[in-house]
Design a protein around this ligand. Structure first.
Ligand code: HEM
Ligand code: HEM
Length: 485
């Protein structure tokens, strides 16, 4: 039995005498102690992760209701809080600040101590920020449902809830960054680069976007500068950090190329912040803003292709793992979602094409390939990974298989129905037909989207049931095994 105190936390490890005396055991003892201590912690990770899953299901429920309202406007009519104009921003904010932010911050709270070989600066601050984030988001969304929206996209959450989100982002960044500063592992791994890229500048972008200091055109430009960094720097960087962390562990080999990761990271960090203007192409903004952002959007092909090559190269020869490891399968799904959404995004920024598809469901298809095709499978991959490798529990393979295939069907159904719909809408627009005139044409695609949403939702409910049963009812193993993480 090895026991003692590590950073103020008591630990206890059971080994046989031969194991404890062996040279290997002695040399790896400090590593084992760190791994075991990290394992005993992870309290903050769990609050963030489980909250992220909760909000993912809520976002999908509201999304499905909205999707039905778009082909059957009388559905749930008559209750002001359930009007389309209120449900839509609630769906978007829960999707972004509830599901994606909380889920991937949960992954960051897990990864940072392991990548730095140092316990989290403050586990209780980590958990406290998650709880306050939850209640504050709930308050902000209730305010929107009651009609107090700020009325600007991605900034709908009113004061003081938006200010509290900004303060929480600073507290989270402080907690994670202090852990990095105190690190025992001097190398900074690629996942850590991405986490730092997300947590350090984003509180500034968020504050700028929510500051209400600008008006007119300037306001639109600043709003899109902030919003684009919300998807690009905050959510994408956290999502990629997670994939960079879990994929090499899933395939039991290092990343294909460190140099390519380097290229991918620095080009993403350099070009993404310039992309905001592509949301207002052909709007009343200066031409140089549009040109700069279109150029940066096309330049985004460099990090996208780098990531494609790096993960693609790493995945070569891993078919046997793909077949049996659900977590890895979800990682690859997220990889395809990310690459697909990003290449699609660069193409959407081409000015002549944007003129045709901007006001259509083509954008909605791109958005959901990003969030549902990359965000959902990436987080799910991490949670299966966490349950299996860290908690050492085995979930139901049958339910997980159902979950995987329902998710694939939902993503394809959503993206194809809205992509085709968007293209037809754009063509009608160019042909001079009014949006009202194309309503009948759009009907079947809207029904198909709602069905796809329902399929996705059912898949995620199976997932929640599977992990709930696994965590609450499965027998646990001994703590020694945690050294592998
Ligand atoms: C069951 C799954 C989902 C369904 C059925 C669904 C449905 C919808 C619908 C109907 C809209 C409004 C489209 C419009 O105004 O024409 C929408 C917008 C949006 N959804 Fe979802 N959604 C789902 C999942 C998600 C998730 C998980 C996220 C995660 C962040 C998300 C993020 C968004 C965003 C950001 C928008 C606004 C897009 C824009 O303004 O361009 N959705 N969704
Ligand atoms: C190289 C990467 C990407 C590029 C160049 C890109 C480009 C674009 C462009 C040009 C639009 C505007 C379309 C229009 O309104 O006409 C757009 C919209 C959007 N993109 Fe991307 N995209 C990329 C990746 C992603 C990813 C990975 C996500 C999600 C994780 C995402 C989320 C969104 C959202 C939410 C919008 C809708 C904003 C709105 O109008 O409300 N994008 N993107």
């Amino acid at each position: 039995m090895i026991s003692g105190d590590y950073f103020g936390k008591p630990y206890k490890i059971t080994m046989t005498i031969t194991e404890a005396n062996s040279q290997t055991a002695k040399t790896s003892r400090s590593k084992l102690v760190i791994a075991t201590t990290l394992e005993q912690q992870d309290h903050a990770t769990r609050v963030w992760l489980y909250s992220g899953i909760f909000w993912m299901v809520v976002a999908m429920m509201i999304g499905t209701v909205e999707a039905v309202k778009l082909f059957d406007p009388e559905f749930l009519q008559g209750v002001p809080a359930l009007a389309y104009g209120r449900l839509r921003p609630v769906h978007v904010n829960i999707g972004i600040f509830g599901f994606m932010s909380m889920g991937y911050l949960g992954a960051a709270f897990y990864m940072v101590p392991r990548l730095t070989q140092t316990p989290l600066f403050s586990e209780s601050l980590g958990a406290l920020t998650a709880w306050v984030w939850n209640f504050n988001l709930l308050g902000g969304c209730l305010a929107i449902l009651l009609g107090y929206s700020k009325g600007k996209e991605y900034e709908e959450i009113p004061f003081p809830f938006n200010m509290i989100i900004g303060l929480l982002e600073i507290a989270i960044a402080g907690n994670l960054f202090s852990t990095v500063v105190l690190r025992r592992e001097k190398r900074i791994y690629v996942s850590l680069w991405y986490i730092l890229l997300a947590i350090i500048p984003f509180p500034i972008y968020y504050t700028l976007g929510n500051s209400n200091s600008f008006t007119g055109i300037e306001d639109a430009i600043v709003n899109w500068f902030y919003s684009h960094n919300l998807f690009g720097i905050w959510l994408t960087a956290l999502g990629l950090a997670t994939l960079y962390y879990i994929v090499p562990k899933q395939v039991h080999k290092p990343l294909y190329s460190h140099a390519v990761s380097f290229l991918g990271f620095w080009t993403l960090a350099a070009f993404y912040p310039w992309n905001g203007g592509h949301h207002v192409i052909w709007g009343p903004v200066p031409m140089w803003v549009m040109s700069a952002s279109v150029t940066a959007s096309l330049a985004m092909l460099v990090p996208t292709i780098s990531t494609m090559v790096n993960f693609g190269g790493t995945a070569l020869g891993t078919w046997h793992i793909f077949k049996k490891d659900i977590s890895y399968r979800f990682s690859l799904l997220a990889y395809f979602g990310y690459i697909g959404a990003s290449i699609w995004g660069s193409i959407l920024a081409i000015m002549s094409l944007n003129a045709v598809v901007h006001f259509t469901n083509m954008t909605i298809a791109h958005v959901h390939l990003g969030f549902v095709g990359f965000g959902v499978p990436g987080l799910v991959a991490f949670i299966y990974f966490y349950i299996e490798r860290s908690l050492k529990l085995k979930y139901s393979q049958t339910l997980a298989e159902w979950h995987f295939w329902l998710t694939v069907m939902g993503i394809l159904g959503y993206t194809i129905s809205m992509g085709v719909n968007g293209w037809l809408e754009g063509s009608q627009w160019v042909a001079g037909n009014s949006p009202q005139g194309t309503m009948l044409m759009r009907y079947p695609y809207h029904v198909a989207r709602a069905i796809s949403g329902l399929i996705l939702l059912i898949g995620q409910l199976l997932f929640v049931w599977n992990i709930f049963k696994t965590i609450n009812y499965a027998p646990k193993n001994s703590p020694q095994s945690t050294i592998q993480n």
